[in-house]
Each structure stands twice: as structure tokens, then as C-alpha cells.
Design a protein around this ligand. Structure first.
Ligand SMILES: *Cc1c(COP(=O)(O)O)cnc(C)c1O
Length: 417
């Protein structure tokens, strides 16, 4: 089982690395030397250029130039300038995306705007198994509004049937945070429009891993994360897209001065800024915002299809190495087997998933766990090698064979996994 044509061999993985057109990006990251980092779907690693950028923003733009930097260093322009770099990656026109706030806040603004555009309708369609924060935001917003909205929770196979003329909006995550399954954005959005509803998309697990085309799919609103596959840094600000057709009519409720048409006129009364700029709120964390750009530039220079292809071959390498032992150890693949249908990570279910993830960490393989039974292995395409995927599978096999997870120290749980 050692030849290069055998997809479950390490030699095969080495061959894929030699032929990998994205291999050169690995050297552009600070990576811990003692582990294989498979949590890039949760927090991308630090691009070396971001460290330099952060130092420059702090030591020069902040320490020396102070308030002048809002203009001279372009701080005020960052939300739109970064938005314009994200736009082509998701198939959006220039001027339709801004970077500001977090995913939670942007989802709140987008859903509030969407509901206000469909005031006579009371139903929102969501996937019950979505990353819960998205559900919480919509539950919080609708309860607070007090207009009697209800959320119709369905799973992916029931989505199209659940979208009927009562629906104001669908609020869905394109790539599932747990299973990594990709929803058909074009078909679901078309169905929503067919019944007069709007489609709000969360691209948190998509951008930087999976091709997205909000323009062709005619998505109405979209939000997404910059600290996952864009490697923007812990808690880095998120983005929000508003389709050009809604930019005049859409309004969001957090109407701070950055959403005003003339913030420095200091008028008493709010007047909306033009276009997507009215989705802004207030002053942004400039250090975090500036740190997004180097990672974003890397992704912007690569065709999304190529990023997705590499996610696929990394995942295939991992699964091919595991295949012979899957059944024997009670492992189940919780992600689509077809790499075209899954995002950047591969999910495996095991009853002892939490303890297995801890035992892997003790061996230098960093994956994560999502209750009750799901282990997530993130195959972020810019910094991982196929041999890393193969070595991670080998470590997992060893943990299962030796029952290394079955030790008291791995029964402990941590706050963040
Ligand atoms: C990562 C992620 C978030 C994160 O929201 P924050 O505001 O950054 O905490 C939200 N929703 C989904 C679907 C995500 O994947």
C-alpha cells in the first residue's frame, strides 16, 4: 500500500503537495511548529504580513500620527475599501459590501432590513441545525419587534417546500458550520423570490473556501466572517452585502453616525448614507480592521474554485487514509462525501468525539468538537499540506486503536474548543 497511485498512502499525499499550485502560501503564515492546525475554519492563523501591518498601524499610524491617521492612513475609508476587496470574491459589484462590526451585528441589521421590506409577512425560514447564534439573533430581533413573527425551522432537504407566500425572508448559512454541507444558494434564492420573499445568506464558512456568487444567485443580503478562511485575526470585523436593488429602500436600525450621510455635519437628526454605507454603525476597531487586509489580499488573488479544489483534495486525503478503519471504530462521516458538495472542513461523528479531540490535541493535531458528537477537521487551503491531512488521519487512527481517549485527563472539558 505504498505506491503513489494509492490515494490512502502518504506517498500519494506527497505527490499532491508537489503539484499543489497553492503550496507557496504556507510560508506566508506564522504557524506553530509543533502541531498540525486543523482549526482554520474557526480561527485562521496569522499571516506574517499582518504582524508587520499591525506593528505599523500601532507604532506609526497610532503612536505618531494619531487623529491625522483617520485621513492620512485611510482609517475612515477602511470599511468601504476592504468591502470593495471582498465584493469580487463573492460575486458582488463594487460599492455593495462594507466591513464593519461582527457577524452577529450584521445579521441583525440585514434581517431587520429584510423584514422591514416585507412588512405584511410574518414567517422566517431557517435551518434549525444552523450555528445557533444566527437563530438566537433572529429570535431576539423578532421577539423584540413584537410583531408576531415566527421562525419556521426546517432542515436542508425540506427548505424549498417550506418557502411559501407567508415567508418574509429565508435566513440561511451557505456552508453548514457542523456538517460542511453546501446549500444551493441560487435555487433557494430563486424559490424565495418566486413567492415574493427575500433571501439573507450567511457566508461565514464560505468566503475563502467555496465559490460564492451573490450576484448571479440574486441574493438580497449577505453577511460573513473574516477570521475563518480569510485569516483576519481573532474577532476581526465582518462584512455585509446589500443587493443594489435594495440599497435605496433597505434600512437598518443601528443608525449611528457612520451610517449618516454626513457624519461630520453633526446634524441633530439622522439621515441615511447612500447605498451599503448606511449599514455602517460607529467607529470601528481599526487595529483589527487593518489586520484583515493581508489575508484578504491572498484570497483575492486566487480563484475561489482553486481554493475549493484544494479543500477537496485535503479532505479526500484525510478520508482516504481513514476509510479502512471507519466502520470498525464507530466513526461516521457527517459531511458530504462528494467534495463539490462540502465546504472547507470535514466532520466526523463519534460517541466519544470530545475526548478524541482532546487526545488528538495531546498528539499535536488541533481539531475541534461540536456537541453532541461532531469532530471538525478544518482543511483551510492556504497553509495546509496534504501530508498534514494524512498525518492527522494517522494520529486519529492511533488514538482510536490505542483508545488513548479513554483516560481520565480527557474527560475534562474546556470553555472554548
Ligand atoms: C463564525 C460564525 C458566526 C460568528 O459570529 P460572530 O459575530 O463573529 O461571533 C456567526 N454565524 C455563523 C454561521 C458562523 O459560522
Amino acid at each position: 500500500m505504498r505506491n503513489q497511485n494509492n490515494p490512502s498512502s502518504r506517498i500519494h499525499a506527497e505527490g499532491l503537495d508537489r503539484a499543489d499550485p497553492l503550496a507557496r502560501y504556507r510560508a506566508q503564515f506564522e504557524l506553530p511548529s509543533d502541531n498540525i492546525y486543523l482549526n482554520g475554519h474557526s480561527l485562521g492563523p496569522l499571516p506574517k504580513a499582518s504582524l508587520a501591518r499591525l506593528t505599523d498601524v500601532a507604532a506609526r499610524e497610532w503612536a505618531r500620527d494619531l487623529t491625522a491617521s483617520w485621513n492620512t492612513a485611510g482609517w475612515s475609508a477602511l470599511p468601504k475599501r476592504l468591502g470593495d476587496k471582498i465584493a469580487p470574491i463573492i460575486g458582488a459589484p463594487a460599492g455593495s459590501v462594507v466591513v464593519s462590526d461582527g457577524v452577529v451585528t450584521n445579521l441583525f441589521k440585514a434581517v431587520a432590513a429584510a423584514l422591514a421590506l416585507r412588512p405584511e409577512r410574518r414567517v422566517i425560514v431557517m435551518e434549525g441545525s444552523n450555528f445557533p447564534t444566527d437563530n438566537y439573533v433572529v429570535q431576539g430581533l423578532t421577539a423584540w419587534l413584537g410583531h408576531g413573527h415566527t421562525i419556521r425551522f426546517v432542515e436542508s432537504d425540506g427548505l424549498l417546500a417550506a418557502i411559501d407566500p407567508q415567508v418574509a425572508a429565508t435566513v440561511l448559512t451557505h456552508v453548514h458550520y457542523k456538517t460542511s454541507a453546501i446549500l444551493d444558494m441560487a435555487a433557494i434564492t430563486a424559490r424565495a423570490h418566486h413567492v415574493g420573499a427575500l433571501a439573507v445568506w450567511d457566508l461565514s464558512h464560505s468566503i475563502g473556501a467555496v465559490p460564492v456568487d451573490v450576484g448571479t444567485a440574486k441574493a438580497d443580503f449577505a453577511v460573513g466572517c473574516t477570521y475563518k478562511y480569510l485569516n483576519g485575526g481573532p474577532g476581526s470585523p465582518a462584512f455585509i452585502y446589500v443587493a443594489p436593488t435594495h440599497q435605496a429602500a433597505a434600512h437598518q436600525p443601528i443608525t449611528g453616525w457612520w451610517a449618516h450621510k454626513a457624519p461630520f455635519a453633526f446634524d441633530r437628526d439622522y439621515a441615511p448614507a447612500e447605498g451599503t454605507s448606511k449599514m455602517l454603525t460607529g467607529s470601528q476597531p481599526i487595529l483589527s480592521m487593518a489586520a484583515i487586509e493581508p489575508g484578504l489580499d491572498m484570497v483575492a488573488n486566487i480563484l475561489p474554485e482553486n481554493l475549493h479544489r484544494k479543500c477537496g483534495t485535503l479532505g479526500e486525503t484525510f478520508l482516504a487514509a481513514l476509510d479502512p478503519v471507519l466502520d470498525g471504530f464507530g466513526l461516521a462521516v457527517a459531511s458530504p462525501r462528494d467534495p463539490a458538495k462540502r465546504g472547507g472542513h470535514v466532520a466526523l461523528d463519534h460517541a466519544e468525539g470530545a475526548r478524541i479531540v482532546w487526545a488528538l490535541a495531546a498528539r499535536g493535531v488541533m481539531a475541534d468538537f461540536r456537541a453532541p458528537t461532531t469532530m471538525r477537521f478544518g482543511f483551510s487551503p492556504l497553509f495546509l499540506r496534504h501530508v498534514d491531512a494524512w498525518d492527522a488521519a494517522a494520529a486519529l487512527i492511533e488514538v482510536l486503536k490505542t483508545r488513548a481517549w479513554d483516560r481520565p485527563e480527557f474527560a475534562l472539558s474546556a470553555t472554548v474548543t
